[in-house]
Design a protein around this ligand. Structure first.
Ligand SMILES: CCC(=O)SCCNC(=O)CCNC(=O)[C@H](O)C(C)(C)COP(=O)(O)OP(=O)(O)OC[C@H]1O[C@@H](n2cnc3c(N)ncnc32)[C@H](O)[C@@H]1OP(=O)(O)O
Length: 300
């Protein structure tokens, strides 16, 4: 009886955590009609977003539209949402690397799409769609890395900020060019950049449309490390090795760790503490915890 009540409570807690993770920033109450937005984005086809899930628990997400520097068409935006849904449901997942095909990261929105939807309502719809998707990406229970080769420009720079970490290859750059387009970031990259580098550095990068090379990115805390390889296979291998330092161990523990940090990053202290308690409750006395106790570990 007590055990079954405990199991029910645990299940309810897990469902609440899952629900929080999938919560969208925008819904109908904000005048956002997702099905209409999807129909419109469907008209702008090209490129793809591919996902490979490796046995190690690391997923590789490829932005694949190299003819236009992996710029996002409408169908790529839709596919990104689908892949994020798939990753939210990946029970054995622990980490994710996002990179661009053809040795370059992403040059933002496809300018053809930008021109075609240059009225205010359509622009706002695309902005809400991408904010919803990138917020869910940021909240994935996986440790995420943007592997920046070549250029991460405009929306591409914004996408890097939805990842937990950025790794850059020699000669690469991250650049928020929005000002030069008469814009500000709209995919959530402005708000996230402030949280990563602080408001003063963010203001400089955005108002100067500054080219951020690997050295400067390291100095600002925008990048974790400059990799030594510039070629795709070598850089991916280095990124995998870097990420593996943090994904060793059971998926349940890695996922809980990421969710706890995401709560600490996003919520006010009391709400973050309650979430930490809920997440702790999903692990305490669980298989990984019992197995660790059985080995009577010493952490010398
Ligand atoms: C969310 C808000 C946004 O993202 S607004 C969009 C912001 N992005 C931009 O404005 C990027 C514009 N493109 C550029 O500045 C340059 O193409 C960059 C990315 C610096 C690359 O320069 P470079 O290495 O010399 O290559 P390139 O110019 O020859 O480009 C190769 C082909 O790709 C194309 N391309 C590039 N970016 C886009 C894009 N965002 N949308 C559509 N097409 C793009 C170029 O036009 C070029 O094509 P083509 O060879 O001229 O047919």
């Amino acid at each position: 009886m007590v055990i079954s009540m405990w199991k029910n409570l645990l299940q309810t807690t897990k469902e609440r955590i899952l629900q929080q993770r999938r919560m969208s920033v925008y819904n109908q109450a904000h005048g956002y009609e997702e099905e209409l937005v999807k129909k419109q984005l469907q008209q702008f086809a090209g490129g793809s977003i591919n996902l490979t899930k490796e046995d190690s628990g690391i997923g590789i997400l490829t932005l694949n539209n190299p003819k236009i520097m992996n710029a996002f068409t409408g169908t790529m935006m839709l596919e990104l949402q689908e892949r994020v849904t798939e990753l939210e449901n990946w029970k054995d997942g622990k980490g994710l690397i996002i990179y661009g095909a053809g040795n370059t990261f992403c040059s933002g929105s496809d300018l053809k799409v930008v021109k075609a939807i240059s009225n205010s309502q359509d622009g706002m719809n695309m902005c809400m769609f991408m904010q919803n998707t990138l917020t869910r990406l940021m909240r994935l229970p996986l440790i995420t890395v943007a592997l920046v080769q070549g250029k991460a420009i405009g929306g591409g720079a914004e996408l890097t900020t939805a990842c937990d970490f950025r790794l850059m290859t020699p000669g690469s750059e991250i650049r928020f060019v929005h000002k030069l387009m008469g814009l500000v970031p709209g995919w959530g990259g402005g708000a996230r950049l402030v949280r990563i580098v602080g408001s003063r550095a963010a203001l400089k990068l955005l108002s100067g449309a500054t080219r951020v090379d690997p050295e400067r990115a390291l100095h600002l805390g925008l990048s974790e490390e400059t990799l030594s390889s510039s070629d795709e296979a070598g850089a991916l291998e280095e990124a995998r090795a870097w990420l593996s330092q943090y994904t060793e161990g059971p998926a349940s523990v890695i996922q809980a760790t990421k969710e706890m940090v995401a709560a600490g990053r996003e919520l006010l202290l009391e709400a973050a503490l309650r979430t930490e308690k809920d997440i702790f409750g999903t692990l305490w006395g669980g298989p990984a915890n019992l197995q660790a106790l059985a080995t009577r570990p010493k952490h010398k």
